[in-house]
Design a protein around this ligand. Structure first.
Ligand SMILES: [Zn+2]
Length: 280
């Protein structure tokens, strides 16, 4: 039921269903470190948290709800990343801890349930996988499964290689009701998410004013959730990974409130233009 909080048997991950065509997922913002769970020590495992992204995810949902009366679904990892990673395949996510196998299954079942709700209520919708980065350039990094090299290759090359079909918004790039935005314009045109959020005062790449990270600049192009839960292989829900810088976005409660307000404005534009959804 929308607004009710559910969790797995361990209380490690939380799912609050919604009734808007929007899903917010925060896989790296947990704080719990139960002594009974071993630390992940798989080779190459990243165990550093994305600071305050759980709080930011809650702020985005609350802001959206207050503004519109409709609630985005919320899926949160409460465990610290040294215990569980909500954005990896099972073995790496759990570090091989058998006691977390059910948590991993529950986590993705919760996202699948949120997606099914969207499909039933409004046919189409959007999932945001919310993260925090520590890269040198203070800008939002929008992950559609295209890496820096892809984005730098230029519009003609991206069109020629049918790059949008390889993205986490593949379906939307073909069926947005805003016909001029089908294809590449949805990535960094005037009605892309990067355009809408940059216009609210938060620079983003890719966007019309910053179409690609420069060579040598770090950039996150999206991960396991973006690939699994977006529309790369069809389905009702598209996905975009948002990697947030720290200062002025998620470092304080005031910054999170201001950013949540701006992002909700941008998302409402996006839902209106590309999904034909607006609050009742
Ligand atoms: Zn992350």
């Amino acid at each position: 039921m929308a607004g009710q909080s559910y969790s797995d048997a361990g209380g490690y991950v939380e799912f609050i269903p919604g009734d808007a065509p929007l899903i917010i997922v925060a896989p790296h913002g947990g704080t719990q470190s139960p002594a009974g769970l071993p630390d992940r020590n798989c080779s190459g495992c990243v165990t550093v948290n994305d600071l305050n992204t759980q709080e930011l995810a809650r702020a985005i949902v609350d802001t959206f709800r207050v503004r519109t009366g409709a609630r985005p679904a919320l899926v949160l990892n409460r465990l610290h990343r040294r215990k569980f990673d909500g954005n990896r395949a099972q073995a790496e996510a759990t570090g091989g801890t058998a006691a977390l196998a059910n948590t991993w299954t529950w986590w993705h079942a919760a996202i699948d349930s949120a997606k099914a709700n969207v499909g039933r209520r409004t046919t189409r919708g959007l999932l945001i996988d919310l993260h925090g980065h520590g890269h040198a350039v203070a800008r939002l990094e929008l992950g559609y499964l295209l890496n820096g090299t892809d984005l730098r290759s230029g519009d003609a090359a991206l069109v020629a290689s049918a790059a949008m079909a390889r993205t986490s918004i593949a379906r939307l790039s073909g069926d947005t009701p805003s016909a001029p935005d089908r294809g590449l314009p949805l990535l960094r045109g005037s009605r892309s998410l990067g355009a809408f959020i940059t216009a609210r005062g938060y620079p983003a790449v890719p966007s019309p004013s910053d179409p690609a990270p420069q060579a040598g600049q770090e950039f996150f192009e999206g991960g396991y959730n973006t690939e699994r839960h977006g529309s790369l292989n069809g389905g009702a829900v598209d996905a975009i990974q948002i990697e947030c810088h720290l200062n002025g976005v998620r470092d304080s409660e005031a910054a999170r409130a201001a950013f949540a307000s701006a992002l909700v404005t941008a998302l409402l534009q996006y839902l209106d233009v590309h999904y034909g959804w607006r609050p009742a």
